[in-house]
Design a protein around this ligand. Structure first.
Ligand code: ACM
Ligand code: ZN
Length: 658
């Protein structure tokens, strides 16, 4: 459909394009000459994710009370986006900038023009062109999503205070540097996941999370709505799910792993759920920000909360209490031999399919313990009747049957990589979390894949030295590690690579009980991931990223986001040149760190040499380095012994193997 539209628009816009090119050339020439007088103001451009192409010119556009937003003739979508942009600007500046249809404009001076009536096939559905001239800003795209992203980039070019909810009385030059950006994403799936079962998060936080995602051009919110610790979505046919299964006995005062299970008669008071009205509101809120919400309904495992109200759906038929914390292994799962299980799930999924316009429904499928299936008469009968080999194939039967049902609702199935066990359902998309191997296998079988390996994408893992961090589930995934991720494994051939739709960061919440903590674990790792999935690999650069990220911290503060600054740990590395000279490099994840170091074995303090560039050593040396902030040592001193010998940097020949 997009292709046809593009062809039609190509003719219509060719004259317009020539005009734009001529204007661009004139502006570039004028800019070149005016840059010769020394009045040039250097702007630091800190857009994240980094755009594919950017050219900066001399001069500025100045937002003022006279600025107007003009939208493509007759476009309701552009009107909406115009109002979205005007609201942000007006809140911060009190300018009262108006939005009007371009056909009603008396002049095109001091205007921001939004148009999705473009025809550049290479830009796809989400790309955009943004041009800032001294008197005019234009954002053009093929589809409204592109204009939305052009607006996000534009907002990152305006002084940070543009994000203030109300004017703070300061005189600000609302200048935007003249430039040209051509930008589009590398991956179509740029996701963040949030588990609201282990801990419940209110609607307002979900919206804040969505706003943050949108700011960094992420476009899929994977909403983990059900799990052993609570069911979180209203299903009209089964009110028990939210009356009973959404609530557990409150053990928030105890560590997750060692919580006492609920005792008979104890009142279940911790929990919550989203009503269908709230879900519709959030889906629409996300849609306005180009974010698709993929709901996850876990099956056949991670489903024991359901047996608090519907024990007959498990193999044992025993009523369970909703778990207060961790219970592992969790062997009570849906009975795959019971027709009632499928009747229940189909009824639930019918309502879910109605609520979420997404093409996809995530059905979980991870970590299903098969113990009960082995001894359950119904499950064993199913294996026999269906000619299945074992319980793995029974799981595959389960998922394939659910896929068939979803297909009847025009929905596609996504599952965690365990759905590979026993054979993949024909059209299933695989979310690869045990590393990338499951994703590779699925792509080689011709299935679509979303990469979310624990190694790079589990944001519930520690991001810095655990001794100085809030308790986490374990693991260690630093900001730099996230930034280094390549979602497309090089072992895949070109055809298989097309199946890698993108990547996703996961926030499991066993150890995360508040919105502030969820923000701390997500930001800035989500921001690093946004550049991984949006920016071409050759434009990704760690040093540039942390410099730009540093500029974003003030924005995050204005938005009241409880971000983590990353790891203060200092990496001590050395390199040897061809002459055998050894130089030492001290690095941290923080931009422009204040590092003091010693080379005599003593602990560094504020008076020790300040690291500004690599330094040479000529003998075996113990390097100690500390990260300082406001005169105080932060966290631990790093230490490394570096040896120097005559062979360093030389081509060595092994004369005798021992
Ligand atoms: C998972 O982390 N169990 C998908
Ligand atoms: Zn069973």
């Amino acid at each position: 459909m997009l292709r046809q539209k593009i062809k039609y628009k190509q003719m219509k816009n060719s004259i317009k394009t020539i005009n734009i090119i001529s204007i661009a050339i004139i502006v570039a020439i004028v800019s070149f000459f005016s840059s010769c007088n020394n009045s040039r103001k250097i702007h630091q451009i800190s857009i994240i994710p980094r755009p594919e192409r950017i050219s900066i010119w001399d001069g500025n556009f100045e937002l003022s009370s006279k600025t107007r937003i003009l939208t493509e003739s007759g476009s309701v979508e552009m009107q909406k986006l115009g109002k979205y942009l005007a609201k942000i600007i007006n809140n911060a500046t009190a300018f009262n900038i108006r939005v009007s249809d371009i056909s009603e404009a008396k002049s095109i001076d001091n205007v921001i023009i939004l148009s999705s009536n473009f025809s550049d096939e290479k830009l796809g559905d989400e790309g955009y062109k943004l041009q800032v001239d001294p008197t005019k800003i234009t954002i053009q795209s093929n589809e409204p999503a592109g204009v939305f992203y052009g607006i996000q980039s534009l907002l990152q070019l305006v002084p940070n205070k543009i994000l203030c909810k109300k004017i703070d009385g300061q005189e600000i030059d609302w200048e935007i540097p003249c430039l040209y950006i051509y930008d589009k994403p590398q991956y179509s799936y740029r996701g963040m996941h949030l588990d609201v079962s282990r801990h419940f998060f209110p609607k307002e936080f979900i919206k804040k999370f969505i706003d943050l995602m949108a700011m960094y051009k992420m476009n899929v919110f994977h909403w983990h709505l059900t799990d052993d610790n609570g069911w979180r979505i209203e299903i009209k046919k089964y009110p028990e799910l939210t009356d009973i299964c959404a609530w557990r006995v409150d053990r928030e005062d105890q560590p997750w792993k060692n919580r006492e299970q609920a005792k008979p008669g104890e009142k279940a008071t911790y929990g919550g759920f989203y009503t269908q009205e709230e879900i519709k509101e959030i889906v629409e809120y996300a849609r306005e920000r180009n974010i698709e919400i993929i709901p996850e309904i876990e099956m056949p495992g991670h489903s024991s909360e359901i047996f608090a109200a519907f024990p007959e759906l498990s193999c044992r038929g025993k009523k369970l209490e909703v778990q207060t914390g961790s219970l592992w292994p969790n062997i009570d799962v849906f009975c795959a031999g019971n027709e009632k299980t499928f009747e229940f799930l189909e009824n639930v999924l019918s309502e879910v399919a109605e609520l979420f316009p997404s093409d996809y429904i995530h059905i979980g499928g991870d970590e299903t313990d098969k113990t009960r299936w082995k001894s359950c008469k119904k499950c064993q009968k199913r294996i026999k009747d269906e000619g299945l080999k074992d319980e793995e194939e029974l799981q595959s039967y389960f998922i394939k049957r659910i896929e068939k049902f979803l297909d009847s609702k025009d929905k596609k199935l996504i599952g965690w990589d365990e759905i590979l066990e026993g054979g993949l359902a024909p059209e299933a998309t695989v979310m690869s979390w045990h590393g990338v191997d499951g994703g590779i296998e699925a792509a080689q079988q011709g299935h679509d894949v979303i990469m979310t390996p624990t190694s790079h994408c589990y944001f519930d893992y520690y991001q810095a030295d655990p001794d100085f961090q809030p308790l986490a589930i374990g693991g260690f995934t630093t900001l730099k590690k996230v930034y280094s991720f390549n979602p497309t494994p090089p072992v895949l051939n070109d055809e298989e690579k097309k199946h890698i739709l993108g990547a996703q960061g996961n926030i499991w919440t066993e150890y995360i009980s508040t919105p502030e903590h969820a923000e701390y674990m997500s930001v800035p790792r989500m921001i690093a991931l946004s550049e991984v999935v949006w920016t071409p690999k050759k434009r990704q650069n760690w040093n540039s990223f942390i410099k730009r990220l540093n500029d974003h911290y003030q924005r995050l503060e204005i938005l009241d986001v409880n971000y983590c600054e990353g790891s203060y740990k200092i990496d001590i590395t050395s390199k040897t040149d061809t002459a055998g000279k050894v130089s030492v490099c001290l690095e941290s994840e923080i931009y422009n760190p204040e590092i003091h170091y010693t080379i005599d074995g003593s602990d560094p303090d504020i008076n020790s040499p300040l690291y500004s560039k690599d330094f040479e050593i000529d003998k075996e040396t113990i390097i100690k380095a500390g990260f300082f902030k406001d005169g105080n040592l932060i966290e631990k001193i790093s230490e490394k012994s570096i040896s120097v010998h005559k062979g360093l940097g030389k081509n060595l020949k092994v004369l005798r193997k021992l």
